[in-house]
Design a binder for this molecule. Structure first.
Ligand code: COA
Length: 398
């Protein structure tokens, strides 16, 4: 609509990009505080985008300038509800039209679109869009190995090391803990964990065992134990509904923590494997408690002691997975459903989840502690050392 109007209205050619935005400064900003994570870009990212825009060298054209103007107004004032300018007030009429065309999109969403647009203009001039609001929404922090986004009231934490089957490095454990903490506080109703590429996650990155600190294997094991305890606690304490969208095979700790999720949706292609004894290790993620509870002791032992790999359908029959979907329609079916769930009253959802969890929270903490203590011992054992070395030797021979 704005594009049509522009062809007719020469005065816009005279409007300079910078003055357009400068003239749009509004007296009262309705932003959340900068510390508060939110849907869409943060205020800092928006401010960063604004100052980046002032450094653009090329005129992006009237249509883009109008879009920038409209997004700026929507970001700072919300939907347009000022009176429509008169027919002869050409410039203000076309600006009003552009703003009005954004309808009722939220200020957060408008800020994100503003940042994205400026990011693409910066990139077109040879800069990096990462400098402009490309940080994950809902967190305010950039993660190297995660993609965190918030859309339709759902915060998605996507493991993003597809070339390593999303194996979890030490840094990634810390990042997931931080992302969960942010997601627990943001405006979203649901939080989703999923993986990029063909795998959901291949579990602990086994190279974590090859980085021996100065304090030796004991220090590595103790630090690893502290991190794992914190990691699992982040799931135990997560205050809102947590959903696993298992887009492919899952191994190790990515499987064991599933017992702490509220929903687990899996593609039929997914498998569930916890090869602990194969690696000289032992169960974690509270699975020594949740798995027998979910599937009975005999089936849990088959998985946790004897490395039995389950298909998605088997995992569903045993209660570890909520529902299995055909691979071809997995993403569309799951996300349609989650978007509908995210429209439910958020407080009601969170409170019910917390009631369910409260019944056994203390027990889960104790289970987590016991599992971590056992693993610290395992990580210092020859059994574990030899198994990890065999994995890398086998890889080297390929
Ligand atoms: N730790 C470290 N690296 C891992 C990994 C892990 N958990 N899982 C996968 N990778 C790496 C592989 O070493 C390989 O790296 P490279 O390309 O540099 O050689 C890359 O990811 C791709 O994996 P690859 O083994 O080639 O793919 P695949 O489809 O043949 O097999 C797995 C995938 C996950 C079955 C296999 O990699 C595997 O068994 N990984 C170990 C899983 C594990 O034991 N996790 C710990 C559980 S407690």
């Amino acid at each position: 609509m704005a594009g049509v109007a522009l062809k007719l209205l020469a005065p816009w050619r005279l409007v300079k990009l910078r003055s357009l935005v400068r003239s749009s400064t509004v007296p009262s900003l309705k932003f959340h505080t900068t510390a508060s994570p939110m849907m869409g870009a943060t205020v800092e990212q928006f401010e960063q985008a604004k100052s980046k825009m002032a450094t653009l060298k090329n005129d992006p054209g009237n249509e883009v300038k109008l879009k920038i103007y409209a997004l700026f107004k929507q970001s700072t004032q919300g939907p347009c509800n000022t009176p429509k300018p008169g027919m002869l007030d050409f410039v203000n009429k076309v600006k009003w039209d552009a703003w009005k065309s954004l309808g009722s999109i939220s200020q957060e969403e408008a800020r994100q679109q503003y940042c994205d647009l400026i990011g693409s203009l910066v990139e077109a001039e040879g800069g990096s869009p990462a400098q402009v609001g490309a940080q994950p929404t809902g967190s305010g922090t950039a993660y190297e190995t995660l993609l965190v986004t918030t859309e339709d009231a759902i915060t998605t934490i996507k493991l993003n090391r597809p070339t390593k089957k999303n194996a979890i490095t030490t840094e990634m454990y810390n990042d997931i803990i931080a992302a969960l903490e942010q997601a627990g506080k943001d405006d979203s109703v649901l939080t989703v964990l999923t993986g990029a590429g063909d795998f959901y996650c291949s579990g602990n990155d086994l190279t974590n065992f090859t980085k021996i600190p100065e304090g030796g294997v004991e220090e590595m094991a103790r630090k690893g134990g502290d991190l794992l305890r914190k990691y699992v606690k982040a799931y135990i304490d997560f205050p809102k509904p947590l959903v696993a969208v298992v887009n492919g095979p899952a191994v190790g700790v990515s499987v064991t923590v599933l017992g702490l999720f509220d929903l687990v949706y899996a593609t039929e292609r997914a498998t569930f494997h916890t090869p602990f004894s194969q690696l000289g290790q032992s169960a974690e993620g509270c699975s020594s408690y949740t798995f027998p509870k979910l599937m009975g002791a005999a089936k849990a032992s088959e998985m946790l002691l004897f490395n039995k790999k389950l298909t998605a359908v088997q995992a569903c029959e045993l209660g570890l997975v909520t529902e299995v979907f055909p691979d071809s329609s997995f993403q569309s079916e799951v996300w349609t459903r989650l978007r509908a769930y995210a429209k439910l009253p958020p407080n009601s959802l969170a409170l019910s989840k917390q009631l369910i969890r409260a019944v056994e929270k203390e027990r889960l903490y104790a289970v987590n502690d016991a599992e971590v203590e056992c693993l610290i011992e395992r990580w210092m054992s020859d059994e574990c050392f030899n198994a990890v070395m065999s994995f890398f030797q086998a890889k080297a021979k390929l």
